[in-house]
Each structure stands twice: as C-alpha cells, then as structure tokens.
Design a protein around this ligand. Structure first.
Ligand code: FAD
Length: 474
C-alpha cells in the first residue's frame, strides 16, 4: 500500500521588498519564489485524487498537474500545463484572488496552510520568460473569416489569442493609446509590472492579431458599421465609468476618481513629471474612500508619491474589506492609516477651489444587508473634520456605456451592462458576443478571461460550424 504523505504545514513565504524601501519606489513589491522555494512549496501538494482546488479555478487549470511538474523540477512542463488553460499565467499568478478561489478549496486550507498555488503559477510563468523559450502554438490554416475584438483587456486578449490560433483573422480595437485595459492603466507597476503585460500583448500580436489603438468604437465607427466589415464581433470594453458619492465638494481641485488618479500614474507616467507630460500633484494628506483592491492601489500609490499621511476611509469594519487580504497587509506595512466605520459627507475647499478638509460621520454596523454584510448606519451627531488636500473616490465603476448607447438593439441590463449568455457570451444582437466587466460589472481578471474563453469557443463554432480542438494548438 502507498505510504501516506506527511503533511507539511510550512507554507513558504514569498520574499518582498521591505516596507521602508518600497514606500519610495514603484518597483514590484513581491519578488517571487526562487527555484528552491518553489520546489519546496510544490512538494507540499498532496496530489489529491479528486483535486477540489480545480473547482475553484474559473478556467479549470490542472493545478495538481502543474504543481507536480514544479516539484519534479520540470519547469518547462509546468508552464505547458498552465498554458493549456490560461494564456496569462504571469498576470493571474500575481493578481488573482486565489485565497477565494483555488487556495480556499485546497485541503491544506483546513489547517490554515493552503498550497501557495498563485505563487507557484507566477514562478512557472517567470521561469519561462527568464530561462525557457516561449513556445509558439501552431496556427491553423486560414478560415478566411474576420473577427473584430473591441477592447484589449484580459477578456479581449483571451478571445483574440484563442481565435487567431484557430485560423481566424483577428483585429483588436482599443480606445486608449496603449493596450491592456485595466492591466495597463489601472493596476500599478508595484503590483503588476507593465513589462509583463506588454509581453503578453506582444505574444498575441506575434500570433497574428492586428492591434489598432486610439480607436473608440461607438464614436469613430458604430458597432453596426464594424459588423459590415467583420463576420463576428466580441465586445470586451470593461467597466471604466467611475462612480462618485454625489456629496458637496466633489468638483474641488485635489479630488479624483480612482480611474483618473491611476491612469495619470500608470498610463501617463505622472510620477515621473516633468519627465512625462502628465502632471500629478504631490499632496500632503490624502484620503482614499473605498475598501477594495482599487482603493488599496490608490492609497499605496499616494504613499509612493510622497504623501505624509494617507488614509483609507471605509464605512464598514476591517472584516468586511473587499480587498485581497495580501493587499491590505501590504498597505498596512507601508503606513496607510485605516479609518474604519467612517463615511465622508462633505468636502470643503479654500478660496482658490482647492480641497482643504473633509467632513465625515462615524458609522456602526446593523443587521446584514442583501450582500450578507452588516449594514453601516450613521451615528447621529458624530460629524468630525480632518484636514486633507487630496481625495480619491474608489467606490466602484459601471460598465462602459459608449457602445450600448450607440447600438439601440443591443440588450442591456439595469446597470448598463450588456446582457450576454453566461455559457456562450452571445448577446441579443446577431454575430455579436460580449464578456468580462462590460457584462458582469467590475469583477476580476480571471473571470474576464473565463468569459473570453467561452465566447471564443462559441464564436468559433459559429464561424466554422465545428467545435474547436485546441489540443495541438497550445
Ligand atoms: P478592461 O480590463 O477594463 O479592458 C477594457 C478595455 O476596453 C480598455 O482598454 C478600454 O480602454 C477599452 N474600451 C472601452 N471602451 C471602448 C470602446 N468604445 N472602443 C474601444 N475600446 C474600448 N482583478 C483581479 O483579479 N485582481 C486584482 O488585483 C485587481 N485589481 C484591480 C485594480 C484596479 C485599480 C482595477 C481598476 C481593477 C482591478 N481588478 C482586479 C479588476 C480587473 O482588472 C478587471 O475585472 C478586468 O481587467 C476586466 O477585464 P475586461 O477585459 O473585461 O476589461
């Protein structure tokens, strides 16, 4: 009888830049596993016969398979297994919420020490870049069919990559001057180096995808016009419309939406002004309102820009914070001050229209609301003011409205999202598919990729009348 594997509960930590150093630079915080650490961590995997970790992965990666390869030091094998299901492992290994997906299902999670699946995924992908040759898939013979992909975020990248290897002619339209969606303009360099995103975009272009930047579909050309030139269209335009709180003072100088703040920094290189052409004011005291990953990214950016004090203002308690635990920990280590159970109600400016202080109220938690989280309730008479010269609103985004607005027969939902079939991505309009944040509202990279993959499968079936066999094209 096979001997039972001894449990190793020592989850290997990933080295990071120390907080006092990383507070002053934009380089990546987490440094990745060495091969020794990766092999040791991979050796902890129990190789379960029924791997329930896979149920937590929206793109169904063979998790025990790629980890086994790492444990056996077959790093090239591990990246092959990963890429069979995930075309962006270096990105997902860095930003996927594994603690809510694969790792939460790992049987070792019962002992509070799940296998570090995300870190291992990142290791394999980085190993490929540093040591291996990037394997190019075989491209199938041309089908003569033309596909337009609108939006170059993770949903669009996945659709484009999947369809080009199946022999379709793919053109990707991007509104901004740089492709990559949130991966490029939103998630900061210190969490996701832009060189990694550029590498993935370069890869799909080498496969044959034609990228057209600076092209706003719905303005330059409507969807109907695009449909005259293409056999099928995928819409992956994301959720780029920021929400505001509609409190007095939101139009003061020094007040930003998270999108503007992060785009100025990441896409326009604001931190490098005057070497870059886009300025960003260096504020002394910055409040970021919100509690998700976007809020953490803004607060940590403000620290790196040299703010003396940066606050996260969140109306619930620490327990309800929607951001990844790892990012909250990083923000705390870097000196972000958390003000829980607090809600800004008014922004007050000076005579020149610049923000000078914010008024807030204290909150308490009542009964759970529809989301299952306890409802925050204002404590009457608890108003107080804090001096502040920078304020970033990071409370959420809506789907991008431009294409739905200029396409009256495209069915949309209550929040302006495009309605699409969950399994196929088909919309109400013939020859049009959609997926990612434009359908679900602001979600995650891996869910956008999963939606892209399903849509690509359905689009290929429509275009060729056959089910894709991608087994020899990866
Ligand atoms: P997007 O990435 O938004 O890409 C859409 C693209 O379409 C954009 O490039 C846009 O310019 C383009 N576009 C829009 N309209 C048009 C048009 N009319 N014509 C042409 N192009 C158009 N998720 C995680 O999993 N982990 C994280 O840690 C994480 N952190 C985040 C941090 C921030 C700051 C933000 C904003 C989001 C974060 N997310 C995270 C969410 C994740 O990035 C998104 O869910 C994901 O990028 C959605 O992918 P998408 O392809 O649907 O859209």
């Amino acid at each position: 009888m096979a001997e039972k594997k001894k449990l190793d509960l020592n989850r290997r930590e990933m080295p990071k830049q120390p907080p006092h150093i990383r507070r002053r630079n934009f380089n990546e915080v987490a440094l990745g596993y060495t091969s020794e650490l990766a092999v040791a961590e991979a050796g902890r995997c129990l190789q379960c016969k029924k791997p329930i970790c896979m149920q937590g992965c929206p793109v169904e990666i063979d998790i025990p398979g790629f980890i086994k390869c790492i444990a056996e030091e077959d790093f090239a094998g591990s990246i092959r297994v990963l890429k069979d299901k995930n075309c962006l492992p270096a990105i997902c290994g860095r930003v996927c919420p594994q603690e809510e997906q694969c790792e939460v299902k790992c049987v070792l999670n019962n002992k509070n020490a799940p296998v570090a699946i995300g870190r291992l995924e990142r290791f394999a992908a980085d190993w490929e870049t540093e040591n291996g040759k990037i394997e190019m898939p075989k491209i199938k013979a041309s089908t003569g069919k033309k596909v337009a992909v609108i939006g170059s975020g993770p949903a669009g990248i996945t659709v484009a990559g999947d369809l080009v290897v199946l022999g379709h002619d793919v053109v990707m339209f991007e509104a901004l001057h740089e492709p990559g969606g949130v991966l490029t303009y939103g998630i900061p360099e210190f969490r996701l180096p832009k060189a990694i995103v550029a590498r993935e975009l370069d890869y799909i272009q080498k496969l044959g995808v034609k990228l057209i930047p600076n092209y706003v579909v719905g303005k330059i050309k409507t969807l109907d016009k695009i449909l005259e030139e293409f056999d099928a269209v995928f819409i992956g335009t994301g959720a780029g419309l920021p929400w505001f709180m509609f409190i007095p003072g939101e139009n003061l100088n020094g007040v930003y939406s998270a999108n503007e703040y992060l785009t100025r920094m990441n896409l326009m290189g604001g931190f490098n002004y005057p070497k870059s052409s886009t300025p960003i004011k260096k504020h002394k005291r910055v409040a970021v309102v919100g509690g998700g990953n976007v809020a953490m990214d803004c607060a940590r950016t403000s620290i790196r820009l040299g703010a003396e004090e940066t606050y996260i203002i969140y109306r619930r308690s620490k327990q309800e914070l929607p951001a990844r635990a790892e990012e909250v920990e990083n923000a705390e280590e870097e000196g972000v001050i958390f003000k829980f159970l607090t809600l800004p109600t008014k922004l007050i400016g000076d005579e020149d229209g610049w923000l000078k202080e914010i008024e807030c109220v204290e909150m308490e938690l009542g009964e759970p609301d529809k989301s299952g989280r306890r409802r925050p309730i204002v404590i009457e008479g608890s108003e107080f003011r804090i001096p502040m010269d920078g304020y970033v609103v990071a409370i959420g985004n809506s789907p991008n409205p431009l294409i739905p607005q200029s396409t009256p027969d495209l069915e949309t939902g209550k929040w302006g999202n495009i309605v699409a079939d969950e399994e196929t991505g088909k919309t109400s309009k013939e020859r049009v598919w959609a997926g990612g944040d434009i359908v679900t509202g602001a979600a995650t990279v891996i869910l956008a990729m999963g939606a892209g993959r399903k849509a690509a499968r359905s689009m290929h079936e429509y275009l060729s009348g056959e089910k894709p066999d991608t087994s020899d094209s990866k």
